[in-house]
Design a protein around this ligand. Structure first.
Ligand SMILES: Cc1ncc(COP(=O)(O)O)c(C=O)c1O
Length: 380
């Protein structure tokens, strides 16, 4: 049987490649972005309670109502803005499904979608599957700041969507208030939709502030804000997230969502709704991860790696140009096989595989793992 791949250039993701290599060589895995510690036992018990209390059948299509109310409450409390739980919030199977569905809802063949590289890897295949064209803006190492003049040159009558991600995976940088204002100015008067991937909104350091797109009225009117419970509550395997958007955009999203998954895992939604009655966890998350970032960086400060501390996310970029001229993919493989530590080479997320000689390390790990990682990195 002959068939034509709809994604001929997509192979196994670098996360799978590096994680399997790490497993094969019994290496410490700081490559993929997930915690190696448990989420709160109280939250795990609430899932059992939800199952025992009968939350085992389909949830409403938009998500468990109590959870949507808790999400609406969070937006009021943190950003002083409102999303209506009935018509402007949808609970999704992780941020990934929200992103895929948003892109499928709006992007038609020949539409252009602007994104910033090094970008998280689920955006581009979704654009391609819908016949759209990715227009890349490369963020330049080491600071990974946006040059808005460059973005403005790429906006055309074909631009359907702009995708931003702050705090940003892969670089660990954030968009400032000024970045968001410049973006707002650029999009004013257009019909361009903004997909604002904010899955690391609660992981931001050094007293910096997260500037959600919902804080800027003109941006909010055209935005989907995407969030992930997995990143916030240390349970990425539950694949639970959500998105918020003005009613007229959400109506279109839900037309696709209902045939994409209809609804998502009910007991975990109910458990999170109960857990969020005491919304302390996300308020403490930045302090929790900043301590880990600082521990990791203080342990490797005498090493040959160079770094600028991450501003957000649980990823730290390390520059290895003092160590070798190898390309980042080869160096990442050698580190895993010979030194037993796995990280992610960033070139695979850059325009034309630009190699800045940096690797990305995930510090959502126990202190013990971070110490072991530092011991290795200090010998290289
Ligand atoms: C920037 C970004 N967006 C979306 C996701 C996907 O989130 P989820 O696991 O909730 O699907 C991730 C996960 O790594 C991410 O880093």
């Amino acid at each position: 049987m002959q068939h034509h791949s709809k994604l001929p250039n997509v192979g196994t993701t670098i996360f799978t490649v590096m994680s399997s290599l790490a497993q094969k060589h019994s290496a410490l895995n700081l490559s993929q972005g997930f915690p190696n510690f448990k989420s709160d036992q109280k939250l795990i018990d609430l899932v059992t309670n939800a199952m025992n209390s009968g939350f085992n059948q389909y949830a409403p299509m938009q998500g468990n109502l109590e959870l949507r109310l808790a999400i609406a409450h969070k937006f009021e409390a943190l950003y002083h803005t409102s999303y209506h739980p009935d018509s402007e919030i949808t609970v999704t199977a992780g941020a990934t499904q929200a992103i895929f569905t948003i892109i499928s809802t709006f992007v038609k063949p020949m539409d252009e979608v602007i994104l910033f590289r090094p970008a998280y890897d689920c955006y581009e295949p979704a654009i391609a599957l819908n016949g759209g064209k990715t227009i890349s803006v490369q963020l330049e190492a080491p600071l990974y700041k946006v040059v808005w003049k460059e973005v403005s040159k790429k906006i055309t009558s074909k631009t359907k969507m702009v995708i931003i991600n702050t705090p940003q995976n892969q670089s660990g940088t954030i968009f400032s208030e000024d970045d968001m204002l410049q973006l707002q100015e650029l999009l004013k008067g257009t019909d361009i939709i903004l997909l604002s991937d904010e899955v690391y909104e609660h992981i931001i350091f050094d007293a910096e502030k997260h500037y959600s797109a919902c804080l800027f009225p003109d941006l909010k009117s055209r935005s989907f804000i995407v969030a992930s419970f997995g990143k916030t509550f240390h349970n990425t395997g539950w694949k639970l997230g959500y998105c918020c958007a003005p009613k007229e955009l959400m109506v279109e999203f839900q037309k696709i969502h209902q045939f994409n998954v209809f609804c998502v895992n009910h007991p975990t939604q109910k458990a999170l709704a109960d857990y969020l009655k005491e919304p302390n966890h996300y308020k403490e998350l930045s302090t929790f991860y900043q301590r880990k970032r600082d521990l990791f960086l203080s342990l490797i400060k005498e090493s040959r790696f160079k770094f600028t501390p991450a501003q957000g996310t649980y990823f730290q970029i390390l520059d290895y140009s003092n160590i070798t001229i190898e390309n980042d993919v080869d160096f990442a493989k050698r580190l895993t096989i010979a030194h037993k530590i796995a990280a992610i080479p960033l070139s695979v997320f850059n325009t034309d595989n630009l190699d800045n000689k940096v690797l990305r390390f995930c510090f959502a790990k126990t202190d013990d793992t971070l110490r072991q990682a530092a011991d290795i990195l200090n010998t290289i």
